[in-house]
Design a protein around this ligand. Structure first.
Ligand SMILES: [Zn+2]
Length: 304
């Protein structure tokens, strides 16, 4: 087990606004969390060496970043590295995840084109970007999908079939947010619930989790305890359900299911790291303890 400092910065330009179900206050919130990373078993020396690779990557990012003030997340576990940063006016988190052993990679949610510092890492680490994973197709999450596909033409665009109408409407819907969005590339792969994709030695399971939008997917790597939660679950709150295509009852069911899926895994809840579509990362244990929506669900379940 080892401790890592993860720094995150996110800004809302000084206004009080609502982003992905969260209220942001203040000019720039610079947050720093200490997270415990590792598996239940104690790490061997070799594993620790690998794990620390994330630190080296983080340093590289800091060196190459055009704007280090907006550097977000670099978090690793043995064999896997996750990089993330908020992009676009709605501060959507774009992630790059890769298998350290095979160098296969995926980009989760292309809110803009792939940023120069990510491109540097992809180049320096000689990563093979195999997938462009879309948790959903709201404008802030797909604004850069067309250009990202041009950057990585061999990468497969992945989403859920029920998200296709949302994707088709994204250019028009984006205008409401001041986003100019090119028509999206056709998905190469439509994932059903529980379908898996492999990124090197990593296996991500797609969890169809509607509520925020009809075709919302979470991507869950059970062995490593890594979850990309899109706009379903954030630190201390959940995604909006007041948008076209949202459904509160579905949201509740999806959250319930997510908790059950994570709880049934071998990885401790404190070691299940959640990388959401907005704001900073969290863990399932933290959410079960403090997230009022999950608390409410727990209380309701107790009464039954
Ligand atoms: Zn959304």
């Amino acid at each position: 087990m080892w401790l890592r400092r993860v720094a995150l910065a996110c800004g809302d330009g000084g206004s009080v606004g609502r982003v992905g179900g969260l209220r942001l206050r203040g000019a720039v919130a610079r947050l720093s969390v200490t997270s415990r990373v590792g598996t239940k078993a104690s790490s061997s020396d070799a594993e620790q060496k690998k794990a620390w690779k994330a630190d080296a990557i983080r340093q590289q990012m800091a060196q190459h970043a055009t704007d280090t003030s907006s550097m977000t997340v670099v978090q690793g576990k043995p064999g896997v590295c996750v990089l993330g940063r908020p992009v676009g006016p709605l501060a959507m988190n774009q992630y790059l995840v890769f298998c350290e052993d095979t160098k296969e990679a995926a980009i989760v949610d292309s809110g803009t084109d792939t940023m120069p510092d990510f491109l540097d890492i992809i180049k320096n680490e000689q990563l093979d970007v195999k997938y462009l994973l879309q948790t959903h197709a709201h404008p802030d999450h797909v604004a850069g999908l067309a250009v990202t596909k041009r950057q990585f033409p061999a990468a497969k665009v992945v989403m859920h079939e029920k998200e296709l109408p949302v994707a088709a409407a994204a250019p028009q819907f984006g205008q409401a947010f001041g986003l100019s969005i090119e028509p999206l590339p056709e998905p190469d792969l439509l994932l059903d619930d529980n379908a898996t994709i492999t990124i090197g030695n990593l296996t991500f399971r797609a969890l169809h989790t509607p509520g925020h939008c009809p075709g919302h997917l979470c991507f869950y790597e059970e062995e490593k305890g890594i979850l990309f939660s899109g706009d379903l679950l954030f630190k201390g709150t959940v995604g909006r359900t007041d948008l076209p295509g949202s459904a509160q009852a579905d949201m509740k069911a999806s959250l319930q299911r997510l908790v059950e899926v994570v709880r049934s895994s071998d990885i401790d809840e404190s070691d299940t790291h959640i990388f959401p579509g907005h704001m900073e990362p969290t863990t399932m244990r933290f959410e079960l303890r403090v997230n009022p929506f999950l608390q409410m669900m727990k209380r309701a379940a107790r009464k039954q």
